[in-house]
Ligand binder design. Sequence first.
Ligand code: F6P
Length: 573
Amino acid sequence: MSASILHQLPGIENGSSAGLEVDLEHYVIPAPSTSANSAFVYAADNTENPRFSNVDCSDNASYSFKDSGVSADRPTTIKEMEVVIPDPSKVYSGSDMVESKSVKTFSSLQKQDGHRGLFVDRGVGSPRSVKSPDSSAFSFDLKQDTETKNSMPAAAAAVADQMLGPKEDRHLAIVLVGLPARGKTFTAAKLTRYLRWLGHHTKHFNVGKYRRLKHGTNQSADFFRADNPEGMEARNEVAALAMDDMIAWMQEGGQVGIFDATNSTRKRRNMLMKMAEGKCKIIFLETLCNDERIIERNIRLKIQQSPDYAEQPDFEAGLQDFKSRLANYEKVYEPVEEGSYIKMIDMVSGNGGQIQVNNISGYLPGRIVFFLVNTHLTPRPILLTRHGESRDNVGGRIGGDTVLSDAGEIYAKKLANFVEKRLKSEKAASIWTSTLQRTTITANPIIGFPKIQWRALDEINAGVCDGMTYEEIKKSMPEEYEARKKDKLRYRYPRGESYLDVIQRLEPVIIELERQRAPVVVISHQAVLRALYAYFSDRPLNEIPHIEVPLHTIIEIKMGVTGVQEKRYKLMD
Ligand code: F6P
């Protein structure tokens, strides 16, 4: 180790590891101001703004929040809302696609083999036009199609956008169905984030937001009575307004609209289906919950968070009003039995739950079902970090597979110390690395946790530029250098990868991170971590290649009920 490095690092002047002791809070640095930290924001407020309104609600200007002293991410609340979903390896495996001509129920009791071969090429998002020669798989190679290469936001979107078939099938409406306090808005927000990250042009339309803007936030339970004609008309009107907006947005190029309302009667759903005729394909997503304890917790969370109760100072009065509202909905509730649907039954109960799918086929619906099977609310931290500085980092060379520099070795020790302290009571935590030695060496000093190597976590493949410095690329391949500078997201290194390629290959990692219930430490690389971080922080695709992910810094992500929280620890320069 060089003397200068020893000198720079506090506490290791004698080369002893005593100085590596970690006082976690000491290393906390502010997260970048651009980072989305939406954990304390009511999820519906992040949804699409009504076109009819000139009200500025982009920064929640039209809403005030009751200071209940209880955060959305409060551990007790989250624990009580915990979702336990059956192990998907036992439920549904392999294929990205599902077909269900009649109701199929996935439950934890079903065998994996029972679902093999559920593979079709029809329906929303079916990528028939990009079938590969063996006709059973689809090509994601944007480079084969120069037009696609330059215009599509992501490979998955390219696949979906290129489908043939009925025009209305090019747009997909996921229409939520369910009683109040069943987690619809949370599910809608999560699905929106996932689909956007995959490159699908997706928007979340929340009818409650339309209602609040048009009729105010102080409507009592009576407004929601089925035998109150004015209330019914007003509610149908705002639902139709939101649907109109969603269809107009689709006609301007939107791909997936998430329509978030109770939609709890057949009549309301018929109205929506009529409006969608010839314009978009509808899939109903119904959330059912029979666990009174969970419903009670959700209701309490609603009183604390919803703008509907922001001006109600008396919590108990709010609670009673919301319960009456709920009873009004229950009286006329009709479960979905028509059209294409996905039913999530007791997925929040902690007893496994079920997903039923009916008349669902195609690439995108298949992905949506798979995502919903795997996602849950158990709060647990995900720690993202780059490997310790490598010798190539010191030389400014990209790619490669070199060992760590002296500073990188020190980081590896500091990281081990940090992980030991941060996760000391987390026996089920695991350490994920890429297959490149700069990450496995960084993980080496960490003991007591299983380590898993993922090829999907390997750094962006720089192809013919691997091992070069940016200066060398600029000099010997100026056109490549300029092309990347112009469009870093889509640029693919000759015989290498683009950021879009990286996002595609990371999708299984995201699904697995969503599925995990214990903390995970991901030790990977700059481009890969940019893509992973963008998913959690809901950053737009074109920002991904420019997100700051510095060396020797840990980004801790905590997924909560209404968003993610981030904390950064800088262990050394
Ligand atoms: O420089 C370190 C590194 O991980 C390279 O291996 C990789 O090519 C690069 O970062 C990715 O960052 P960018 O996309 O900004 O070149």
